[in-house]
Design a protein around this ligand. Structure first.
Ligand code: PEP
Ligand code: MN
Length: 346
């Protein structure tokens, strides 16, 4: 931690700052310039609160040397994390290819979509059984029945399943059926939910809130990690902007920014980021080119009757064409794609 004192801070104020720092068992190193004095604090930063240092008279600025997201930071963990999802690896050169409808729907449809996306090269199957909807009158998801449908279809095709958990009270039941717990954009700062998924043994897919900074996202990941769950995958899914051409603004730069700050895998979701099927392929490929560890895409075989997010769904054939291009891109980048369980139905 570095303290920059105000111009003209009095000798008493400087002495007081040093006293406060030493009282915490830390060392203060003074550097006196013509106009300002700088205090370097050596010791365990956990012992000090930035706010209380900022409140000491004479202190102008407090500059932390380490990021506040210790466990998520690349500095603390220089090796990239590889998350193993029931055999499918994500991170450290392994791509997660997540595909499936926005909501879990009837079993026959789920079966058709899983079969098609698996054949196209997806290795993880998705679908929401609990849907966080803007309107209380919109379809809210099939609940436990949906979890069962998703699990059965995932098992049949050997694809681990990803589904959203919206309520801390449902973490246990969702963990029973799902391989990955998704925390959605609207819940990125639901700290009770983050704490609960942090206690689960299931990997967590943490989506960036639509108004969240990259640091906010990392602090939310820190909540999960600090509870003992090391398996967190981050997801850039678009942020709010003033432009209504796209549903959200796809922040592709977040991918390399995050890669420079954290060891956690980062994937992209061009479906929610753009809301437009025509923009999903270029943005998926851009995400991979920017270094993403996977791509999350919504696929539906009859978007006009989809229970949610129909307008942004890719048809299975469109997904297959894109997946082919993503596989070529993966090869070019030297990334591997774990196959779904080869013993399950193809
Ligand atoms: C979803 O994955 O269907 C979803 C609701 O995503 P987000 O939280 O990113 O809006
Ligand atoms: Mn959706």
């Amino acid at each position: 931690m570095i303290l920059i004192l105000k111009t003209g801070a009095s000798t008493e104020q400087v002495d007081h700052v040093v006293e406060r720092v030493e009282a915490l068992g830390l060392q203060a190193h003074l550097s006196r310039g013509t106009y300002r004095t700088i205090v370097g604090i050596i010791g365990d930063e956990d012992k000090i609160s930035e706010d209380s240092l900022r409140s000491i008279p004479g202190v102008a600025q407090v500059i932390p040397v380490l990021p506040p997201y210790k466990l998520a930071s690349l500095e603390a963990h220089p090796q990239r994390s590889v998350i193993d999802i029931s055999g499918v690896k994500v991170g450290g050169g392994h791509l997660g290819m997540i595909a499936g409808p926005c909501s879990v729907e009837e079993p026959e449809r789920m079966d058709r979509i899983a079969k098609a996306t698996r054949a196209a090269g997806a290795n993880l199957f998705r679908g929401g059984a609990y849907k966080p909807r803007t309107s209380p009158y919109a379809f809210q998801g099939l609940g436990v029945e949906g979890l069962k449908i998703l699990r059965d279809v995932g098992q049949k095709y050997g694809m681990p399943v990803v589904t959203e958990v919206t309520d801390p009270r449902n973490v246990e039941v969702v963990s029973e059926y799902a391989d990955v717990l998704q925390v959605g954009a609207r819940n990125m700062q639901n700290f009770v939910l983050l704490t609960e998924v942090g206690k689960s043994s299931r990997p967590v897919l943490l989506k960036r809130g639509m108004s969240a900074t990259i640091q906010d996202l990392l602090m939310s990941a820190e909540y999960v990690l600090s509870q003992g769950n090391p398996n967190v995958i981050l997801c850039e899914r678009g942020i709010k902007s003033f432009d209504s051409c796209t549903r959200n603004l796809f922040d592709v730069a977040a991918v390399p920014v995050l890669a420079g700050l954290t060891h956690l895998p980062v994937i992209v979701d061009p479906s929610h980021a753009t809301g437009r099927p025509d923009l999903i392929p270029p943005c998926a490929l851009a995400g991979l080119a920017a270094g993403a560890d996977g791509v999350h895409i919504e696929v539906h075989d009859q978007p006009e009757v989809a229970k949610s997010d129909g307008p942004q769904a890719l048809l299975p054939d469109q997904y297959a064409e894109l997946a082919q291009r993503m596989r070529s891109m993966a090869e070019l980048l030297g990334k591997t794609i774990s196959p779904p369980n080869p013993e399950a139905a193809a």
